[in-house]
Every structure is written in structure tokens, then in C-alpha cells.
Design a protein around this ligand. Structure first.
Ligand SMILES: [Zn+2]
Ligand SMILES: [Zn+2]
Length: 415
């Protein structure tokens, strides 16, 4: 039986190879694109991706494009007795205007998007509501069913983008995809120019996938947020000027059948609680470990997966790793092979810190009273690849006794 996953809309994007013009279909999370025809690779880069739903309007209609925020990801709420988690997949209009539908709606499940570009004719309205405003709306909607108090909430997303949906005026406002009115007849003197908008001054950027240091071809998978250079043994992240180097380290595994999974290791200042060292952690988390006198006390780091997993496991893994404080011989650069793609950004890792902390402090009642006032200020980070050994059902990290289900990991990219 085929069970449809709840909250799992997958957009597809119609795309043309920037080199040869061949058509292609992308997934929303695709970043590294290799053309099937000319084989040229490019990396899609934007501060915030913007897409357009295609219009079916009669040709003489002047189109206005209304922006919608799209967020897809995990949402966590720290409650008195537990951590609540949900998968969230929403769109919400970014303009404060009653006349337009509140969300892009389910039609987007069946329609393909294309990247926004100045070549698309029509007036594009500016997003007037910020995404944080939309978060307030999400909070209202999703919190109604949660018990109080809520000590902390975080949204950890893999997608935050803007989707423009086309409309036109024909006595009423008409949805230009379905050619169906979305308002009653508007007054005769209604002037569509109340909607001020311009040609869109936005384009997705294509970066050639060449190592900025040695010119070697950078490697990654289609949803990779960082690319690796096999020659320099280093990873690069895209930014507005091209690719820049990211500090990465790894611990080598001796076993066969290894996969190196990436983690963000983050050092942060924490106010309101003393958590600077391993000894502090042992005390705060009531760990059954003792710190040997005379041994140097290592600094405390947060750990968060740099890859997608299901929400429950995301938080479990972050807490297990943070309690374990993996140590060992960290070598500079990336391992030789079998790298799992980084598909959860540092920004999302930073969102997780307070959630991770909440699960480690005992007794839990203490967390509820102090968590809201704790400030966590990230200071530095490093991308760490750790070896996991392939077993029948799981990837196992032997020293930390962490197991990641292979099936779950394989399906997590579609979350
Ligand atoms: Zn091509
Ligand atoms: Zn290189």
C-alpha cells in the first residue's frame, strides 16, 4: 500500500541548462546541476530562492505576481514534560491584502515552477510581510493545540523561499493559473494600479564548479550545500563571490564500508548557566562520568547533524553527540571518499543549540524555568566528518554507540 506522507509537497522546477539550453526538471532542494546533454556542471546560488508559478491567462491580460513565503522544515517546541516536534510545510502570502488567497494552495503540488527572472513580464509585488511576521502566524496556528508553558520554539528548515503566483483583473481579481476569480466583482472605479510592483530584479546565479584554489572539479551531490575538492582535500561553500573555503576536519576510520557523516561543531557563549567545559557538562547533565584530576578539561561544544534526518532523530542525535563530546585525532581537511552530503546548513545547526541544551539539563523542571532567559551566542564552528560503519540496518559510530538507520537516512532527503 502506498502511504502518502503528510506535509510533504514536492515542487518541481522547470529549468533550462544555462550552457546549452536543454530542458531539465529540478527538485526544490537541488543545488548542483549537471546537464544530461552537454555534461556541464553548475551550482545554483541565491541568497533566497524565488520561483514563479506559470500563468495560463489570456494573452492580453496584464499580470501581477503576488509573493508567498514558502517554508518547509522541522518545528520544535520545548514543553514542560517533553519536546514536541512536527514537520511543517506551508506557504503564506507576503502581502497584507485580504483579496488574495492566503496560501499558494494545493495546486502547487501538480504544477511545475520556474525560477523567477527579469525576463518574465508582469508586475511583481514586493514582499511586504517579513518572514518573521509569518513565523508569528505559524506560531499562532500551530500552538493552539500545545499545552503551556512553552519554554522555547525553533523552526529548522531546509527550504525558505518566495513563490510568486500570477493574478489579473477582469472586473474581479482572477487567479491566472486556474483562470478563476478570487474576489467578487470589484467596484467599477477599482484601479489595479493600487498594486505597485515592478519587473523583477532577481536572477538565480550559476557558479562554475571549479575549485577556487586549484581549479579541480568540485564534487557533491545534487542537494549538497558545500562542495568538496578531492585535490585540496577541502570543502567550499557558495557565496555571492563564488566559492569560499570552509574549515573542515575529520577522524579517520579503520574499518571497511565506511561513510563519513558531517556535523557542525559549534562553540558558543552561554549566559545564565555555566557550561564552558566538559566538567561543567558532566555536572549540568548529571552524567555518570568523572573528570580526572590533572587532566586538561576540554572546552564544551555543541554538535548538530549537517544532514537531514527525521525531527525526532535530529534532536536525539544532537543531544547524544553533544553529551558524548566526540574527541580524538582530528585531521585537517576532508576524508578521501564516501562523504555524506551536507544538506542542512550551519544556520539551521545554530537554530538547534537551545533545543539541544534543553534536553541535557536535569532535572527538567529547571530547564522550563531558566531556558527562556538563557542566551546562546555562537562564537566559532567547524565542519567535522566522523566515520560510521555500515551494518545490516544501520550506520554505526562504534565509540559513541550511535546508530543511524540506513533506510531513514536514505529517505530523509525528501522530508
Ligand atoms: Zn547543457
Ligand atoms: Zn582544489
Amino acid at each position: 500500500m502506498l502511504i502518502k506522507e503528510e506535509f510533504s509537497i514536492r515542487f518541481q522546477i522547470d529549468y533550462q541548462c544555462p550552457q546549452c539550453g536543454a530542458p531539465a526538471t529540478l527538485e526544490e532542494t537541488d543545488r548542483l546541476f549537471q546537464c544530461q546533454y552537454c555534461r556541464v556542471k553548475s551550482y545554483l546560488q541565491a541568497k533566497q530562492f524565488r520561483y514563479v508559478l506559470p500563468s495560463n491567462a489570456p494573452e492580453d491580460k496584464k499580470l501581477i505576481y503576488v509573493p508567498y513565503w514558502r517554508f518547509k522544515g522541522m518545528r520544535f517546541s520545548c514543553l514542560a514534560s517533553r519536546m514536541e516536534h512536527q514537520l511543517v510545510d506551508i506557504s503564506h502570502k507576503a502581502v497584507d491584502d485580504e483579496r488574495f488567497p492566503i496560501s499558494v494552495g494545493i495546486r502547487s503540488q501538480t504544477l511545475k515552477l520556474c525560477f523567477a527572472s527579469p525576463a518574465i513580464k508582469g508586475r511583481f509585488l514586493s514582499p511586504a510581510l517579513s518572514f518573521s511576521k509569518i513565523i508569528d502566524i505559524i506560531n499562532k496556528r500551530f500552538n493552539a493545540s500545545l499545552p503551556r508553558p512553552i519554554a522555547h520554539q525553533a523552526n529548522i528548515g531546509d527550504t525558505l523561499s518566495i513563490i510568486y503566483s500570477p493574478f489579473y483583473f477582469d472586473g474581479r481579481l482572477v487567479d491566472a493559473i486556474l483562470n478563476q476569480p478570487v474576489t467578487k466583482k470589484l467596484p467599477d472605479d477599482f484601479d489595479i494600479s493600487v498594486y505597485t510592483g515592478n519587473r523583477l530584479n532577481w536572477n538565480v546565479r550559476f557558479l562554475p564548479t571549479l575549485c577556487p584554489h586549484c581549479g579541480w572539479d568540485l564534487e557533491g551531490q545534487r542537494d549538497s550545500l558545500v562542495l568538496g575538492c578531492e585535490n585540496c582535500k577541502t570543502v567550499y561553500k557558495p557565496d555571492k563571490n563564488g566559492f569560499s573555503k570552509l574549515t573542515a576536519v575529520h577522524i579517520t576510520g579503520e574499518e571497511e564500508n565506511l561513510r563519513y557523516l558531517p556535523f557542525w561543531r559549534i562553540k558558543a557563549d552561554i549566559s545564565g548557566i555555566s557550561l564552558n567545559s566538559y566538567a561543567d557538562l558532566v555536572r549540568e547533565a548529571n552524567l555518570p562520568k568523572t573528570v580526572q584530576p590533572g587532566m586538561p578539561d576540554p572546552a564544551f561544544h555543541f554538535w548538530a547533524p549537517a544532514f537531514k534526518v527525521r525531527p525526532r532523530f535530529f534532536i536525539q542525535l544532537s543531544q547524544t553527540m553533544t553529551v558524548a563530546q566526540p574527541a580524538g585525532k582530528f585531521l585537517r581537511g576532508i576524508p578521501n571518499s564516501n562523504l555524506h552530503p551536507v544538506n542542512l546548513s550551519l544556520k539551521e545547526g545554530l537554530e538547534s543549540l537551545k533545543l539541544t541544551l534543553s534536553g541535557m539539563i536535569k532535572p527538567r523542571q529547571k530547564v522550563i524555568s531558566i531556558l527562556p532567559d538563557i542566551q546562546i551566542t555562537p562564537k566559532s564552528f567547524v565542519l567535522v566528518y566522523l566515520p560510521f560503519v555500515e551494518k545490516h540496518h544501520d550506520w554505526i559510530q562504534p565509540w559513541m554507540n550511535v546508530a543511524i538507520n540506513k533506510n531513514m537516512l536514505a529517505h530523509a532527503k525528501n522530508l
